[in-house]
Each structure stands twice: as C-alpha cells, then as structure tokens.
Design a protein around this ligand. Structure first.
Ligand code: ATP
Ligand code: MG
Length: 311
C-alpha cells in the first residue's frame, strides 16, 4: 500500500495566495458572529486628512501593481462587494479603484435577475462577467445574493423553477438548498482560484442607525433623491433576517482560498482605507512581474534601434 496523495488539493495549495491578515478578516476556522462585528472603527478621532492622504497613496500603489498584473497576464483579481443598502458600495469602489487604468478593470452590478438569467443556474450570470487574466473584476453584489436576498425572500426561488422545490417555503424546509448553494459557491471559488483568480470578498458592515441617517439625507438632499427607493425601507424592515443570512453566508463561505472581510462601514473614510489596504496587500502577495525580455530579444532590439536611428 502506498501513500495516498490528494494531488488536486496540493496543487490548489501551491498556487494559493494567502488572504491578507487584517483585523477584519473572517477567519475560516472561527465562528463569525455578526452582532459582535464592528460597524465603526475603534478609533473615532482619527485624522481625516491623514486618511485621505493614505487612501491616495494606496490608490497609486494599487494602480502600479495593476499595471504589472496586466503585463504579466497570469492572475486576475476578483473583488466582491456585498452590503445592506446605503453602506457605500458604489462610492467605495470608485474611491479605491480610481487610480486603476480603466482598460484593466471592469465593474459589474447585479440587480434582480432577468428572465434569461433565471433560465440558467445561479452562477451563470456572474461567470460570464469574471475578469480575464491580468484584469481586476469588481462585483457590486454577486451570486451571494442567492443566499442573502433570496433567503430573506424565499418566494424568489419560485421564479427559478428549481426541481424539487418544497411547496412550503419555510426556512426550515430550505436548509438543503442553502447548504447546496454554499457548497456550489465554495467549489466554484476553489476552481477559480486554481485557475489564477485571486478572490477577495468585502461585507461592508453598516449599522441600522447609520443606514437611517443616510436614508434621511437621501430624502432631504435633492441631489441625493435619485438614490432613494421606497423598496429600501421594505428591506430595512427585514434587517434581522438579513443579518441572519449574512452571518450564515460568511460562516459557510469564508475559506482559505477566498476569504471574507467584514469591514466597519459607518465611517466612510476609514472603510475606504481599509478596503484599499486589503486589496493592495493581496496584489503584493500576487507580486506580478513584467515579462522578462530574453538576451536574444535584447540583441534584436539593439539592431532595430540602429535601424530606426539610421532612417
Ligand atoms: P444602489 O446603491 O443604487 O441602491 P443597489 O445595488 O442596491 O444599488 P438596486 O437597483 O437598488 O441596486 O437594487 C438591486 C436589487 O436587486 C437589490 O435589492 C438586490 O438585493 C436585488 N438582487 C440582486 N441579485 C438578486 C437575485 N439574484 N435575486 C433577487 N434579487 C436580487
Ligand atoms: Mg438599492
């Protein structure tokens, strides 16, 4: 009897980029309690102008490493953002990634699925928007909606016309569905990781009070009115159900190869720096390199240079 080697797992381990260790990493081997997760930073007196400077610095560094990621054309970076309404997904994406060459970065926003999307499995619509090698792909919402909003509104499952859906959609009857979805997501993310995609997942953790403040300013300030929708209040009323769904999702899907970060979101400047720092750390671990030019190519370049100069 020889030793059994689980080759695929070793292979995955070899090319795995370690999740940056930050205070907000949801550790795969520990239980995540959403009620205990911070929604604001511990230091509430932080120097705002220093935070702005730090964000600017990180944005530049992210831009530089993205250029190398693109040139190397080996890895891609997938950034997933999930949050309650008004947590600041859009503005964080804008603030953190505005130093990146737009040609190397693509943002996809996932809203209520279309009938074409509902005719496919739940990973399909995001799979076709995954970043190509060398690119950064941003998912503003994602397939995680399938264990978040759909868990809070199980009636949405009916539109998906799944085989063997129980007629009574009580959560206790749907445990298998959520467990299977978590498994599909973990396998999907493992597959992507093995193929060179580095995945970082951000849960922007806003408090109920801060969401109220932001909704009120959307209602009160004409320039923000367009951001408000009456449906936002309906979802707010289901806050506890959402928190339960987030907790279950983060516990089931924060893995060694695709970790979640639960970032306090009540203080936007702090949140942006924290997200930028995590992305920069991941890019540093990837450590992309410009392709090396061989001796032969360099010799050829010398000839070509002479040719051009003698024109
Ligand atoms: P904004 O910051 O502009 O409000 P948003 O991401 O909240 O951005 P909306 O158009 O307000 O965009 O909302 C999109 C809605 O689509 C959300 O309520 C979200 O939960 C819902 N949604 C996303 N994916 C799914 C899905 N797979 N099934 C059902 N609903 C979904
Ligand atoms: Mg919305």
């Amino acid at each position: 009897m020889g030793i059994i080697i689980h080759a695929p797992f070793l292979y995955a381990q070899n090319i795995m980029i370690k999740a940056p260790e930050t205070p907000y990493l949801v550790k795969p081997d520990s239980e995540f309690k959403i009620a205990a997760a911070a929604t604001s930073p511990s230091d509430t007196n932080a120097d705002k102008s220093a935070q702005k400077k730090e964000l600017k610095r990180l944005r530049k560094l992210i831009g530089t490493l993205q250029h190398r990621l693109y040139a190397e054309d080996k890895h891609s970076l997938l950034l997933i953002f999930q949050a309650m309404d008004a947590a600041g997904k859009d503005s964080t994406i804008r603030a953190v990634l505005s130093g990146v060459n737009p040609a190397g970065c693509h943002v996809s926003s996932f809203k209520k699925p279309s009938s074409q999307e509902l005719d496919h499995d739940f990973l399909w619509r995001s799979a076709i928007r995954l970043p190509e090698r060398g690119r950064i792909g941003v998912f503003n919402r994602s397939y995680y909606e399938e264990t978040l909003v759909v868990r809070v509104h199980p009636e949405y499952l009916r539109y998906q016309r799944l085989p063997d859906l129980p007629s009574d959609l009580a959560d206790s009857n749907l445990q298998d569905i959520w467990a299977q979805r978590f498994e599909s997501i973990r396998e999907h993310e493992k597959h992507l990781t093995r193929n060179g995609t580095v995945i970082l997942k951000f849960f922007l953790n806003v408090s109920l009070d801060e969401q109220k403040r932001r909704f009120l300013s959307r209602l009160n300030e004409p320039a923000k009115n367009w951001k408000f929708s009456a449906d936002d209040l309906k979802e707010r009323a289901l806050w506890d159900k959402y928190m339960h769904a987030y907790e279950a999702t983060l516990n089931a899907t924060s893995t060694e190869y695709a970790a979640w970060y639960a970032i306090p979101a009540d203080d936007k400047p702090f949140m942006r720096v924290e997200v930028a720092r995590t992305i920069y750390a991941a890019l540093q671990s990837i450590n992309p390199q410009y392709p090396k030019v061989s001796k032969e190519e360099l010799a050829e370049f010398a000839k070509l240079r002479q040719l051009l100069e003698s024109e």
